[in-house]
Design a protein around this ligand. Structure first.
Ligand code: GRF
Length: 198
């Protein structure tokens, strides 16, 4: 049976990382086995590190602050991802701007907590909550050289309620993220050419 080799990049809590592990790792779905082959984190204090290790996932800490520039960091990251023979790399809360050294060489997808192209960037949840828009949403898209700008794979939104607080709104975003990211991974591997590399 074909195995889909997943690499996950993260920077913080790692709740989406854990959700992918729970929903997909070593699971057979529609004729394929999904395997998280490594989790890579750019911050040594990230809570997600413990989460990944709990499931016995190879976990690498690659601190960007130890590199003299973005390009050098990305070169190392690309080398690592290739050494694990990744089919798809998933940015699950990876808070780092990537250079073309990464985006030209790695087939990756990103999770973003808004209905793109609205509210790109690092403060999407707050900006979308405090905006005039009547909905909140989540997007999963291919990573391109444009920040939060690649082709959309899946999106879903929900109605903002009068009594929503930033906390309740964030909770709804998280629930949608847990639903959408694993679905998006399965969706792109339905493509006949899912194994193609960049
Ligand atoms: C998520 O809201 C994701 O959309 C954003 O960063 C957050 C990561 O959360 N890019 P976690 O680390 O998976 O808990």
């Amino acid at each position: 049976m074909p195995v889909v080799r997943l690499v996950i990049l993260f920077s913080g809590e790692g709740s989406n990382l854990e959700n992918i592990i729970k929903q997909l790792h070593k699971k057979e779905i529609e004729g394929k086995i999904y395997e998280v082959v490594v989790a890579i984190c750019n911050k040594k204090e990230a809570k997600g590190i413990k989460r990944a290790k709990k499931y016995g996932i190879d976990t690498i800490i690659l601190e960007h602050k130890n590199f003299k520039n973005r390009e050098d960091f990305d070169k190392k990251l690309v080398g690592l991802i290739k050494s694990y023979k990744a089919d798809i790399t998933i940015l699950a809360g990876f808070m780092r701007i990537l250079t073309p050294i990464f985006t030209d060489n790695i087939r990756a997808i990103n999770l973003h907590p808004s209905l793109l192209p609205l509210f790109k960037g690092a403060n999407a949840i707050e900006e979308s909550f405090f905006s005039e828009t009547k909905v909140g949403g989540v997007s999963v898209h291919f990573v391109s050289s444009e920040l939060d700008g690649g082709k959309i794979i899946l999106q879903k939104c929900f109605q903002k309620e009068e009594d929503d607080t930033l906390e309740s709104f964030t909770k709804k975003i998280k629930e949608l993220e847990f639903e959408l990211l694993p679905k998006a991974i399965v969706k792109i591997t339905k493509d006949k050419q899912w194994k193609r590399q960049k």
